[in-house]
Design a protein around this ligand. Structure first.
Ligand code: PLP
Length: 395
C-alpha cells in the first residue's frame, strides 16, 4: 500500500502550477512571448555578476573537498558568522553564529521552524491572503494551519478576527511581509500591535507564542517603503530567510533560520533544527552555495524592474477602475476582480491570453494575483490586452 495521505494530495494540485503549465502549452501554440503569463513567482532578473564571478573564482582556486563536501548540519561556521554580523549591522540585532541555521530556501527554513515550536495538534495561525504552500508545509508536520480572514481594505492584519481565533492551542503565528500575494508591507504599527497582543496572550496562556516570520521578499521594497525587521519588535521571533528572490537564486535552494537571541531557548532551537534535518532530509544545503552567498551578502539582483512593472500595472489597473492596494514590495499585485467569482473572472481573462490567479487559492475570494516578475516590455504589451478584456467583458 502506498501512503494514502500523499496520494490524496495528487488531486489537490497547485492552482498556480496548473495555470503556469497552461501558459506554457498556450505558448507552444502562439509563441510564449504572446502569452501574458502572470502566474508564477519566478524571478525574472539574473543573479548579480558578483555571485557568478565568485563561483568561478572558487571553482578555480578553492579546495574541491571544501566546496563539494558535506556541510556541517547547522551550516558552515564562517557563513553563519557572516550572516549574523550582516543582520546585526543592518537591523541593530545581536545575533551570533549560534543563532543561525542554514536551510534550503524559505521552504526549508520554515519546515524547521514549524517543527521546532509545535507538537502535533497545535495550531499555527496565519493571515489571508497567504502563500498557499503553507497548507502542505504546516499540515504535514501534524500541526494545524488556521487562516485569519483578510482585512481587504489595507491587507494589513485583521486584528478583530485574529483575537477571536487566538486560543491556548496556538503556539505560533506565521507572517509574511512583504506579502505574497498582496505585495503589502506590514507597517511598524501593525507589527507592534501584533507583538503587544502576543505578549499578553503568552502571559494569559502561560506558554510561549512564536512569530515565524517568512521573509523571502525582505529586500524587494519600493521607494519610500521601510520593511520593519520583525525580530526587533518581538523576542520570540524566528526569521526564515531565502536568497531565492533577492539574489534570483531559487534553483540553488539556499536560505537560513535566524532565531532571535532574545527568544527563549534560542540556541537550543538552532541545535534542534540540526536534529529536525535528520528527520526530514532537508539537510546540509550545498556547501559551495553557502560559501558563495556569504561573499555577496550586501548584494541583490537588480530588483528595479519590479518597481517599474508595479507602477505600470498599478496605474493601468486603477485607471480601468479596479480596486487595488498599492504594493509596497515583492513582485505581486492583488486587485479585486470585476465580478464576485474571481475564478470565472480569471477564466474569462484566458481568452485574452492573460494568465491571472484567482484569490481563492490565497484564502481571499473575489481577488486575483498578478506575478509581475516578467520583462517590462511584456508588461507593456499586456496592457492593451488587459484594456480589451475589461472593455469587452465588463464595459
Ligand atoms: N514563502 C513565500 C511567501 C513564498 O512566496 C515562497 C516562494 O515563492 C516561499 C516561501 C518559498 O521560497 P523558497 O524558494 O526560498 O523556498
Amino acid at each position: 500500500m502506498v501512503s494514502e495521505q500523499y496520494k490524496a494530495m495528487l488531486s489537490g494540485k497547485s492552482v498556480i502550477r496548473t495555470l503556469s503549465e497552461f501558459a506554457a502549452k498556450r505558448g507552444e501554440e502562439i509563441g510564449y512571448e504572446n502569452v501574458f503569463d502572470y502566474s508564477l513567482g519566478n524571478p525574472s532578473v539574473p543573479v548579480p555578476q558578483e555571485f557568478t564571478d565568485c563561483m568561478i573564482e572558487m571553482l578555480q582556486n578553492d579546495n574541491p573537498m571544501e566546496l563539494h563536501g558535506y556541510s556541517p548540519s547547522l551550516g558552515i561556521p564562517s557563513v553563519r558568522a557572516k550572516i549574523a554580523q550582516s543582520l546585526n549591522e543592518r537591523f541593530g540585532m545581536n545575533y551570533g553564529p549560534e543563532h543561525i541555521f542554514m536551510a534550503s530556501g524559505a521552504a526549508g527554513a520554515l519546515a524547521h521552524a514549524y517543527r521546532a515550536v509545535t507538537q502535533p495538534g497545535d495550531e499555527i495561525l496565519t493571515f489571508a491572503p497567504y502563500f498557499p504552500e503553507y497548507n502542505p508545509y504546516v499540515n504535514l508536520t501534524g500541526a494545524v494551519l488556521k487562516i485569519v480572514p483578510a482585512d481587504t481594505d489595507s491587507f494589513q492584519i485583521n486584528f478583530e478576527a485574529f483575537e477571536e481565533m487566538l486560543n491556548e492551542k496556538v503556539m505560533a503565528v506565521l507572517i509574511n511581509s512583504p506579502n505574497n500575494p498582496s505585495g503589502v508591507v506590514y507597517s511598524e504599527e501593525t507589527i507592534e500591535h501584533l507583538a503587544g497582543i502576543l505578549r499578553e496572550k503568552e502571559k494569559e496562556y502561560g506558554h510561549d507564542i512564536f512569530i515565524i516570520s517568512d521573509e523571502p521578499y525582505r529586500e524587494i521594497a519600493f521607494a519610500g517603503v521601510k520593511v520593519p525587521y520583525v525580530s526587533g519588535y518581538y523576542d520570540n521571533t524566528i526569521s526564515c530567510y531565502s536568497y531565492s528572490k533577492s539574489l534570483s537564486l531559487p534553483g540553488e535552494r539556499i536560505g537560513y533560520v535566524a532565531v532571535n537571541p532574545a527568544c527563549r531557548d534560542a540556541e537550543t532551537i538552532v541545535n534542534m533544527c540540526g536534529q529536525i534535518s535528520r528527520g526530514i532530509g532537508h539537510n546540509c544545503p550545498p556547501s559551495i552555495i553557502q560559501l558563495a552567498v556569504s561573499r555577496v551578502l550586501d548584494k541583490t539582483a537588480d530588483l528595479s524592474v519590479y518597481e517599474t512593472n508595479r507602477n505600470l500595472l498599478y496605474d493601468c489597473l486603477t485607471e480601468l477602475g479596479f480596486t487595488c492596494v498599492k504594493p509596497g514590495g515583492t513582485f505581486y499585485i492583488f486587485p479585486k476582480a470585476l465580478e464576485e467569482d474571481a475564478g470565472i473572472f480569471c477564466q474569462k481573462a484566458l481568452k485574452y491570453d492573460l494568465i491571472l490567479v484567482p484569490g481563492d487559492t490565497f484564502g481571499c475570494p473575489g481577488y486575483f494575483r498578478m506575478a509581475y516578475c516578467i520583462d517590462t516590455e511584456k508588461v507593456e504589451r499586456s496592457l492593451p490586452a488587459l484594456r480589451k478584456f475589461v472593455k469587452e467583458e465588463y464595459g
